[in-house]
Ligand binder design. Structure first.
Ligand code: ADP
Length: 376
């Protein structure tokens, strides 16, 4: 494979035009990084034209990716430099290399946190946050000290679901103290970014903010931290999985999506970084009628169970599509807290028991595999 260099990349980018002129001669390309065939750079654009620039970003990515010797190309749009800033760096290309969870170049240490569990999904809207929150509360109901990190930069909803408002403060002047909701600690991008910020600008900038936030949280001692991951299985998720020393991961899927290779991609992503996947939860699995309690399988329910078996992972349980689950989580009193004796709360509690069992098993396995220091 031939080696790639800056000159070859800039040459190729000379074909990408913004208006009359190309983006290189207009000095729009910045922060170019090349590492073992992985290329990353930013294109600086006028913030007013943000949304229209996505095709240009894609074109640049495609052209660089097609070059000989390029394994990956990561291109982000930035508006910083034009406004006198210039510190919005693209993600370091190292992230594409193989790094087991928590050992990447920017690994984030959380010393008092005994276990970290990621809750992921192939796409948005499948109930990942609802599941994360109820699972976290169910773990707390079993006596664990629990935190939840809302890392969903695209739609942070944990504060609303836990009924937490306001801004986190700092008692030591260095790190942020997490907020508290229903007895668990909580941190969210929702405290730090405006919901109206357009996604195209939120992406790279929020990712930088997310990394900073994760470094700067004073979690104290926790038995377990539940991480509500950004939906999907792209670079943002992979980077997170590499930076945080995850104990295990859970995939949430709906019966309609399960066959769509979404769950499969999630599994592969975590396997790539050596994180054990605890299993799949099927959400909105069947319809539970609020009036008569009757259960009807509106989507061909059971897909997750079959798919989990195919993928040799475990099926952790099913949660019905129920109006009570929606209303309680959307109004800040998740069902595990507000209707603890309900069938749905019990479903979450049963999943939490299984998740905790797997967490302890993964910790024991990790300890057994960790190198021992022998004092002679
Ligand atoms: P995601 O995090 O995957 O984007 P959310 O957890 O925000 O999804 O859920 C999306 C919407 O679906 C929310 O309004 C939530 O209350 C609702 N929802 C999630 N799970 C269920 C369920 N099992 N039954 C009914 N509504 C649900």
């Amino acid at each position: 494979m031939s080696a790639i260099n800056e000159e070859l990349i800039l040459d190729a980018l000379g074909a990408v035009k913004d208006g009359e002129n190309d983006i290189v001669s207009q000095k729009m390309v910045s922060g170019l990084q090349i590492k073992d065939g992985h290329v990353a750079f930013a294109i600086e654009v006028d913030p007013a034209r943000g949304a229209q620039m996505e095709p240009l970003r894609k074109e640049a990515e495609k052209i660089v990716h097609a070059l000989d010797g390029v394994l990956s190309a990561t291109v982000v749009l930035t508006a910083e430099a034009g406004q006198g800033g210039g510190n919005a760096q693209p993600q370091a290309p190292e992230q594409h290399q193989h790094h087991p969870a928590g050992t990447g170049p920017d690994a984030i240490m959380m010393p008092g946190v005994k276990a970290i569990i990621a809750v992921a999904s192939g796409k948005g809207g499948v109930g990942k946050s609802t599941t994360s929150v109820n699972l976290a509360l169910a773990l707390a109901a079993d006596g664990r000290s629990v935190g939840i990190l809302d890392a969903d930069i695209y739609g942070p909803s944990v504060p609303r679901m836990l009924g937490v408002q306001g801004e986190p403060s700092s008692s030591d002047g260095k790190t942020l103290d997490p907020m508290q909701g229903h007895g668990i600690k909580c941190m969210s991008m929702g405290f730090l970014i405006e919901e109206e910020t357009p996604v195209i600008w939120r992406g790279p900038m929020a990712q930088t903010a997310l990394q900073q936030m994760m470094r700067d949280i004073n979690w104290g001692d926790l038995d377990v931290l539940v991480v509500d991951m950004p939906p999907g299985t792209g670079d943002v998720q992979l980077t997170m999985a590499q930076q945080v020393p995850l104990t295990g991961a859970i995939i949430v899927s709906t019966p309609q999506d399960i066959a769509l290779a979404d769950a499969r991609r999630g599994l592969n992503m975590f396997r790539k970084v050596d994180v054990p996947v605890f299993g799949i939860i099927e959400n909105m699995s069947y319809f539970a009628c609020p009036h008569c309690g009757e259960r009807s399988d509106i989507f061909s329910h059971g897909g997750a169970k079959a798919e989990a078996a195919l993928l040799s992972t475990d099926f952790l349980g099913e949660i019905p599509l129920a109006i009570d689950i929606r209303e309680t989580s959307d109004n800040g009193n998740p069902i595990v807290i507000s209707q603890p004796d309900s069938e749905h709360a019990r479903a979450y509690r049963a999943i939490a028991v299984e998740v905790w069992r797997k967490t302890v098993a993964a910790q024991e396995k990790g300890e057994a595999e960790a190198p021992r220091i022998v004092v002679q």
